[in-house]
Design a protein around this ligand. Sequence first.
Ligand code: NAD
Length: 280
Amino acid sequence: MDFELAGRVIVVTGGASGIGLAVAQEAAAQGARIGIIDSSPAQADAALAAFRAAGVEALVEIVDVRDEAACEAATDRIERALGPIDGVAACAGISRPEPSESMLEETWDAVIGINLTGVFRSIRPAGRRMIQRRRGAIVTISSTDGLGGHAARAHYAASKHGVVGLTRSLAIEWGRYGVRVNAVAPGVVDTPLLRRNVPPEHVANAMIDRVPLGRFSTAREQANACLFLLSDASSYISGATLAVDGGLTAGYFTRWGGADYGSNALLERGLYGPPATPGA
Ligand SMILES: NC(=O)c1ccc[n+]([C@@H]2O[C@H](COP(=O)([O-])OP(=O)(O)OC[C@H]3O[C@@H](n4cnc5c(N)ncnc54)[C@H](O)[C@@H]3O)[C@@H](O)[C@H]2O)c1
């Protein structure tokens, strides 16, 4: 899908894996220049090698998004190498499910630190430059856990609700400078993060069963939404949270199978229909 990003400079945090990597790949395929900010040297080097082999102008900065001074220096180096940044996709994030009553403080701090504080700290350096130039677009990655709660993910859901609030607030502050800020809220996306954190049978039986489209999202489908929000095709959209979730958050009674005999299951069994006696 071409969002006319040729020649644009797009920075992707968490761009070495999963959704971030797909954003970087899709943007590169449209002719964008790519700056990746990621804390994983091995994955980032592999991504960079693939970009260079394909002739893509790309740069990798190994940075922890919680370190704002390092993000500032990385942003500076990316601009000197690739030119003024047009768009940022803040995709770096982690998930470490733990029950709330026994959750370690370090787990809480890591998830809030990377998923919320890290988003703020990693987009601010580019945001300041965009304000000066009076143009730019930023997309943050929330989650359907930013729209509702999730067991064993109090920290994660708090961080992702926080991303929605952060995104709306930045959209209000920076809109007058021509800088748009939006969030994507992915549902269940088949990435290394999902495979690491959720037992396969839970994914198949519980997660997919609730998705009206009946399947995972690919990382590429999330990337398409991000690139739309980074492109001029969304020039009047700011402060929005776009659920890219196959309908997961469209309603409550969505299950097809399982013990709760959701409305969809009853529909499939023919238990809904016009009354046998007209007017009854
Ligand atoms: N996979 C899903 O189902 C799903 C659903 C909703 C939201 N999300 C969100 O999407 C984003 C991307 O997730 P993913 O599934 O692609 O995960 P992933 O693990 O495949 O990729 C995450 C990337 O972030 C990087 N990263 C982690 N901590 C970092 C740090 N401190 N500083 C810099 N980089 C760091 C990792 O090295 C990795 O390259 C996350 O914010 C995640 O919460 C994912």
